[in-house]
Write a protein that binds this ligand. Structure first.
Ligand SMILES: Cc1cc2nc3c(=O)[nH]c(=O)nc-3n(C[C@H](O)[C@H](O)[C@H](O)COP(=O)(O)O)c2cc1C
Length: 397
């Protein structure tokens, strides 16, 4: 990277909320899970999204870092995840309006734009942030990043994708402000830029800062590929070290399904092909990589600097080692079902995530992940961990 950071190989384990924290505290399970992933051979591990405010959670099991109360555990987590010459970056996030009503009575957002349809029952209509409120959240992002660095994480990633607060500012559908944080794309980018610049000043020139951003939110009148490219160009000028490409949000969950028009199995590779000659910052495409040949092609064609992989890393924590040894057999994600069709469509989206959370929990306990199509076990697991709120529709963050 331009700041001199080198990563030992091109395997990038993308952020997956572990849902293992109790009351926001990281614990032994996080340490064990990242130990397994560091041993598994990835060059760069991202943590699941860590929240900047314990009163604004995306899910009950999120880790929260808003002060140094957990610094000893964070240090052990960082030590475990950086073993074997691995980079471990903390992904930092604020959910904005994507905080379920079971967790937030009145979430905040750029504007008071609620969800429609089924998600309207899951999320309360948000309150528009005041300028003071915006400044405080910017400061929280910076504060969390400073603690991450102090604890020994080797970088941070700003979560600007998937419909969370930063993405809400970027989206003209969510952001209807008439002050300097709304309107033109320059204004909608201001919140992100203030977070980045605050972090850069506090962390120094050489500390890696990445950004996860949507190629598009796939909604009429929403955040487009042209917007995304402009944001990437601006962030490149400001000195961002890495851009991870994803897409979608709760309403249009393309981050876990992709679009059907890709030639490669990676979901957002076509967008990466379009922009690769227009920017110099390292781009990492995440989502959909399953076959070894698709990973190789994407790297050889220069479409991505690293291969961003999520769910296969849960089913095969040593995926990079398997590829290096020549023993990799393509990971196919199981299609989960309760065996009861109407039930599948009612709780299906909740089951998908719970299944992967359950497997992360197993890895943390030193067990092997179970590849199964049976949705009942993850369903009971999530009810045990989260209570009945687990059945709310959600998506792969
Ligand atoms: C259980 C689970 C939790 C996730 N949590 C996050 C998260 O905290 N932050 C994030 O940016 N993406 C999150 N994602 C999305 C992944 O990073 C990735 O973009 C997505 O799974 C597509 O990659 P894949 O097809 O290789 O799984 C999550 C996905 C899953 C399945």
């Amino acid at each position: 990277m331009s700041n001199g950071t080198t990563i030992k190989n091109r395997f990038f384990k993308s952020a997956m909320n572990e849902n293992l924290a109790k009351n926001g505290h990281p614990n032994e399970h996080h340490i064990k899970l990242y130990q397994a992933w560091a041993k598994g051979g990835a060059g760069l591990l991202l943590t699941g999204n860590v929240m900047v405010d314990r009163h604004a959670l995306g899910e009950p099991g999120n880790v929260v870092v808003e002060d140094e109360r957990d610094i000893d555990t964070l240090k052990k987590w960082a030590e475990a995840g950086t073993a074997n010459d691995t980079q471990l970056w903390m992904q930092i996030n604020h959910p904005g309006k994507q905080s379920p009503r079971t967790l937030s009575k009145e979430p905040v957002a750029p504007s008071a734009v609620g969800f429609e349809g089924v998600y309207g029952r899951v999320f309360n209509t948000p309150k528009a942030l005041t300028k003071d409120g915006i400044t405080q959240i910017v400061q929280r992002f910076v504060n969390t990043a400073v603690i991450a660095k102090k604890a020994g994480f080797t970088g941070v990633e700003i979560h600007g994708a998937h419909g969370y607060l930063i993405d809400q500012f970027l989206s003209p559908l969510d952001n209807q402000r008439t002050d300097e944080y709304g309107g033109s794309l320059d204004n909608r980018m201001r919140f992100l830029i203030e977070i980045y610049q605050g972090m850069r000043e506090a962390l120094g020139e050489s500390f890696p800062i990445g950004l996860k951003i949507n190629s598009s939110d796939f909604q009429t009148g929403g955040f487009t590929e042209e917007d995304s490219l402009q944001v990437i160009k601006t962030m490149e000028k400001l000195g961002i070290n890495l851009i991870e490409i994803s897409g979608g949000n709760y309403t249009s969950p393309k981050m876990s399904t992709g679009t059907s028009t890709n030639s490669n199995d990676a979901f957002f590779i076509n967008y990466a092909k379009k922009i690769k000659d227009l920017v110099n910052v390292p781009i990492v495409v995440t989502g959909g990589f399953r076959t070894e040949s698709s990973m190789e092609d994407a790297i050889e064609d220069g479409d991505t600097s690293m291969v961003g992989i999520g769910r296969p890393f849960v089913l095969m924590p040593d995926l990079p080692n398997q590829i290096a040894r020549g023993t990799y057999a393509t990971v196919n994600l199981p299609w989960l079902t309760t065996g009861i069709k109407p039930l599948d469509s009612a709780v299906g989206p909740a089951i998908g995530n719970s299944y992967y959370e359950q497997q992360m929990d197993r890895i943390a306990e030193g067990k092997r992940p179970v590849v199964s199509r049976n949705a009942w076990s993850p369903l009971f697991y999530s009810i045990k961990v989260q209570g009945i709120a687990a059945l709310s529709p959600k998506r792969a963050k």
